[in-house]
Design a binder for this molecule. Structure first.
Ligand SMILES: CC(C)(COP(=O)(O)OP(=O)(O)OC[C@H]1O[C@@H](n2cnc3c(N)ncnc32)[C@H](O)[C@@H]1OP(=O)(O)O)[C@@H](O)C(=O)NCCC(=O)NCCS
Length: 148
């Protein structure tokens, strides 16, 4: 997947990102939500493009030296080919440039691919939030890496 490139998300990406979001998540954010993120000073969002088409996106909020991941997603037809690894690596580089020294996120225990991806970047499960996901009442695993 060497022809994928990453750049900061802009307002013009909101439609494409919201379309991917709807494909990926049970409780998707809207285009307005992503549009708002481009104006949120805490937010650091990137998109991955192939031939001018947005195929992946990721975002985090950076507060002081801590980054909290809000989104990580790859178009369904491109999964399992290393795009998620490139994307998450690019997100980590972006939040480190803004001073983040630790990164945290919540993930469904059933989301094996995502958990493997995060573990490969040194995140470890440190606890659970009971019934965190409103669509099916699933717990969330809380993962951290405190040594970015
Ligand atoms: C999670 C996600 C971003 C991973 O993207 P991807 O492009 O498939 O990731 P990669 O190809 O780089 O693979 C990353 C790791 O996951 C593993 N993996 C990928 N698909 C897998 C699957 N279906 N089952 C088990 N492991 C899988 C890979 O083996 C790899 O681990 P490794 O480095 O130990 O080999 C992607 O599946 C996705 O967009 N899912 C829907 C949205 C989502 O759930 N986001 C996370 C919310 S917290």
């Amino acid at each position: 997947m060497e022809h994928i490139t990453f750049r900061p998300m802009t307002q013009a990406d909101a439609d494409a990102v919201a379309a991917l979001e709807a494909q990926c998540f049970a409780m998707p954010w809207s285009r307005e939500d992503f549009w708002r993120e481009t104006r949120n000073e805490l937010a650091e969002y990137i998109v991955g493009e192939i031939d001018g088409q947005v195929v992946a996106y990721a975002g985090a909020w950076v507060s002081f030296d801590q980054a909290e991941v809000m989104h990580v997603a790859v178009a369904s037809e491109l999964r399992g080919q290393g795009v998620g690894t490139l994307l998450f690596g690019a997100l980590i580089e972006s939040v480190k440039r803004r001073g983040a020294k630790s990164i945290t996120l919540e993930v469904r225990p059933s989301n094996v691919a995502a958990i493997k991806l995060y573990e490969s970047f040194g995140l470890r499960s440190v606890g659970r939030r009971k019934g965190y996901y409103l669509d099916n009442g699933e717990d969330a695993l809380i993962m951290w890496n405190t040594k970015l």
